[in-house]
Design a protein around this ligand. Structure first.
Ligand code: GLU
Length: 465
């Protein structure tokens, strides 16, 4: 059997990490099984669907490297197909027109509520052998209803939740087309899953309630229902359902805040799935390990610190050149001209050890691309004790004679410190200040390497006398 999965987002707004997880798992399942992964855009809610939201979905998936075998397929482009199936179902007696007006439906509901019954359509227009239907009222366009089986129950073995059984008595005859003929949500999903030969539906558990209806329609159409895996919700760090209103960040925000896609992917993979106690793994490992059996059964909770930690990890691990490329847009944004100054790959490599995000690296890089500080007499007096000036002069002499390497600079410092019986900070702090007009810099020997011997000596010379 060729495994086929799909991600079927509704492009109605905000895409947060939880939404993207619903793409990651079916993608990984398809890849693990050498199957196909299909992207279907469920845009039939025309009022709320936007192209902007589709773009965010496509961008987010491309960013994480979730490649698509088929699609994006837009439901709005398949309306004719849905109408065709509705017609077939009417012809085959699987569905029927219902002329009950809104008013009548409301009255029926009120009556049922007053009698403490569950509100449901009463089957008035459902054709049955020997039953006489009411006279068709003029001026009412009918809805089309699916003839749900009577009696028995719908049972499926959910790959996450286990066996689920829903009695058919709970399900009334679902409206599959509105009075203007447009198909309804649950119906489009069924036709699509059938036409697209989806074998595994992996989606959020807010769709569990739709599943028995979808299974009934699939069976009526003669299809074998797919395997369903309903993923528990993702909660935010406060334990509420993740949503824009409860402060979730959009996928784009993570990109803008300097997260690496590797970190997000690793993080999302663990948000509701596990492989032993593995916390850090590559995309390839994730695909090799992914299975439905190890999906979590309880809601996963977003943990921003863990994500930050993973981001730090992937920043450390990154190839220096690729990391520099990833940081570059953030440097550009900050007006840093990386052509004017030290080698950017070296700068990034120096700063990455303490950084949790690409933004932190770009911020740190400012130091190396700002012009040499023009220190005033007062600033020099305040930050570079006059007794240290001869020490700096000795340091200049030592550096002039040594290699331009971290080890050599470190040795030069040691030699000068020993001569003057000083401890490192007594010299390193004034040196930092002389170089950058701040004492907040990475390790001084590395800084000298990155800034370059010539430039460093030029800046030190200005304060040495
Ligand atoms: N469009 C639905 C949503 O965004 C998903 C439907 C499905 O996966 O069956 O929640």
């Amino acid at each position: 059997m060729q495994i086929r999965t799909r991600f079927a987002p509704s492009p109605t707004g905000f895409i947060h990490l939880g939404n993207l997880r619903s793409a990651l798992y079916p993608w990984a399942f398809a890849r693990h099984n050498h199957g196909d992964f299909i992207l279907r855009i469920e845009d039939t809610d025309v009022e709320r669907s936007t192209q902007e939201s589709v773009d965010v979905i496509l961008e987010g998936m491309a960013w994480l490297g979730l490649d698509i075998d088929e699609g994006p397929i837009y439901q709005m482009q398949r309306i004719d197909r849905y109408r065709e199936v509705i017609k077939q179902m009417l012809d085959r007696g699987l569905a029927y027109p219902c002329y009950m007006s809104e008013d009548e439906l409301n009255r029926l509901r009120d009556l049922q509520m007053a009698n403490k019954e569950k509100p449901r359509y009463n089957g008035l227009w459902r054709p049955e052998p020997g039953k006489t239907l009411p006279a068709i009222p003029p001026d009412i366009s009918p809805v089309i209803r699916f003839k749900n089986p009577i009696g028995g129950s719908v049972i499926w073995e959910d790959a996450v939740k286990g066996r689920i059984e829903i009695s058919n008595d709970e399900l009334d005859d679902l409206v599959i087309a509105r009075p203007d003929g447009t198909p309804t949500y649950n119906f489009c999903v069924v036709v699509d899953d059938l036409d697209m030969k989806i074998t595994h539906v992996i989606r959020g558990d807010d769709h569990v309630n739709n599943t028995p209806r979808q299974i009934n329609i699939l069976k009526a159409l003669g299809a074998n229902p797919p395997i369903y895996a309903h993923l528990p919700t993702v909660l935010n760090d406060q334990g509420e359902k993740m949503s824009k209103r409860s402060g979730a960040m959009s996928v784009r925000d993570y990109q803008k805040e300097g997260y690496l896609p590797e970190a997000i992917l690793n993080y999302l993979a663990r948000l509701g799935w596990s492989h032993g106690d593995a916390e850090v793994f590559t995309k390839e490992q994730f695909v090799a390990w992914f299975d439905l059996a190890n999906l979590g059964r309880s809601p996963a909770q977003h943990n921003p610190e863990k994500l930050l930690w993973l981001n730090h990890h992937y920043i450390q691990e990154a190839d220096p050149k690729l990391l520099a490329e990833a940081v570059r847009p953030f440097a550009d944004e900050r007006g840093i001209d990386i052509e004017q100054g030290p080698n950017f790959v070296q700068v990034v490599s120096l700063l990455k050890d303490r950084a949790n995000t690409l933004i932190e690296i770009a911020e740190g890089a400012k130091l190396f691309y700002s012009p040499a500080p023009a220190l005033t007499e007062a600033e020099i007096a305040e930050n570079i004790p006059s007794g240290i000036k001869p020490v700096i002069a000795d340091l200049i002499a030592a550096i002039e004679q040594t290699d331009a390497s971290k080890e050599a600079y470190s040795a030069a410092f040691k030699q000068v410190l020993a001569k003057h019986q000083l401890k490192m900070p007594a010299l390193a702090m004034p040196v930092r200040y002389a170089l950058f007009a701040t004492t907040q810099t990475p390790a001084i020997d590395s800084v000298l390497v990155v800034l370059g011997k010539e430039e460093s000596l030029k800046r030190l010379a200005k304060v040495a006398s």
